[in-house]
Design a protein around this ligand. Structure first.
Ligand code: B12
Length: 333
């Protein structure tokens, strides 16, 4: 029987009478032509290699070239189309409805589904233009000024979160490069930490509960979500232990014991395959004492499904305060 991951990505066995695209003929890469290997492309887009192979067989797309050694090589325009396909699938479209379409039709689907559409905001547009121009000092100044003017909570909700989405959309559309993303992350992290520090320092040693440990699992290299969540937990007067990115499960368990942690908060974007998230959470749940809660957040579509009884999905940053209040009500302090 197909599991939910296989169902979502159309990996079930073929059913009788199903229309199958003819297998795409192998195309040898022309000399000097650059293509990306299947491992790199699967990692970049957040799919498995199996999914790419099944789509190729079933829908005739993607249609990689072959290296002289017979390895699949994906040209850049197919990579761009695959990125768009993945975003449409994350938004609930079915592979059978999108994989056979041209990039123009997919762009129309994306527009209609509201994907990659940034709400108008002149101040955020200005910050993006500074980033695009690599005006790093100006960009950092702009962030700090807005943060100082608005305060931590408004800065997180009105600037940090929508700006991250804009930067991601810019990268997906090819208008911002990976080095812009790095610059952006660096500046945002510095600003958030600067703003958070006085409050978290003041909270330390006051015995505030819950104590919240924040990190990501191996394979999730995005840390802005967990940092924004830390800001919101701090504003809810939680003592936070920030472990940074990609902590091995046993180290999380050790840190929970050493710091007497009540809640492990994890963040997931769409880069980590659903199955890895499901396995990671199940393993972590089994390793942690039952009274330690696991709260997960982030844009990964995997979080829309129910994983495990002992894992709670917090849908966004705003509900953190109420979720903490519920914990305080139910916990024996
Ligand atoms: C900055 C950035 C990077 C930086 C990361 C630096 C760092 N130290 O964090 C760098 C350049 C390294 C990077 C690399 C990559 N990135 Co990147 N990146 C981003 C960007 C712009 C922000 C990343 C981030 O931290 N997001 C997390 C938060 C801010 O967003 P969120 O998941 O929507 O979560 C929200 C809430 O749910 C809540 N929340 C989040 N976590 C939690 C947890 C709890 C407990 C709670 C309560 C709430 C909560 O907070 C957020 C507020 O809006 C995003 C764009 C985006 N929209 O996120 C792309 C994005 C995540 N990256 C993407 C990709 C593809 C990659 C790469 C594979 C390729 C690349 N760009 O080079 C690599 C893979 C890295 C890896 N191994 O994981 C894609 C993922 C697409 C997908 N499959 O879904 C995105 C979405 C860009 C895009 N639009 O296509 N990236």
């Amino acid at each position: 029987m197909a599991n939910s991951f296989e169902r979502d990505f159309d990996l079930e066995p073929f059913s009788a009478g199903e229309e199958i695209s003819a297998p795409a003929p192998r195309r040898a890469a022309a000399p000097g032509m650059v293509g990306i290997g299947i491992g790199a492309i699967a990692h970049e887009i957040g799919l498995t290699k199996d999914t790419l192979r099944v789509w190729e067989r079933r829908y005739g797309f993607p249609r990689p070239m072959r290296s002289p050694g017979g390895e699949r090589l994906y040209p850049q325009e197919q990579v761009s189309k695959l990125r768009l396909v993945k975003r449409l699938l994350d938004a609930g479209h079915r592979p059978s409805k999108v994989l056979g379409q041209s990039i123009e039709v997919l762009q129309q689907f994306a527009e209609r589904s509201g994907i990659a559409q940034d709400a108008p905001d002149a101040e955020l547009d200005h910050l993006i233009s500074l980033l695009r121009a690599s005006a790093y000092e100006e960009f950092r100044f702009g962030l700090l000024k807005r943060a100082t003017r608005d305060g931590l909570e408004r800065f997180v909700l009105d600037v940090a979160a929508p700006l991250s989405a804009r930067v991601g959309n810019g990268w997906a559309a090819g208008t911002l490069q990976v080095h812009h993303e790095h610059l952006f992350s660096e500046a945002l992290q510095t600003t958030l930490r600067t703003l958070m520090r006085p409050l978290s320092d003041a909270l330390r040693g006051r015995g505030s509960r819950p104590r919240v440990l924040l990190t990501t699992l191996s394979g999730e290299g995005h840390g802005l979500g967990i940092l924004m969540a830390e800001a919101m937990f701090t504003l809810s007067e939680c003592e936070c232990i920030q472990l940074g990115l990609q902590t091995p499960l046993h180290d999380i368990v050790d840190a929970v014991a050493v710091h007497n942690v009540d809640i492990v908060a994890l963040s997931f974007t769409g880069v980590m395959p659903t199955q890895s998230i499901a396995h990671g959470l199940t393993d972590l749940r089994n390793l942690l004492p039952p009274q330690v809660r696991i709260w997960v957040g982030g844009s990964s579509p995997a979080l829309r499904r129910k994983f495990h009884d002992g894992v709670h999905h917090v849908a966004g940053l705003t509900p953190i305060d109420a979720t903490v209040a519920d914990w305080r009500q139910s916990a024996v302090l």
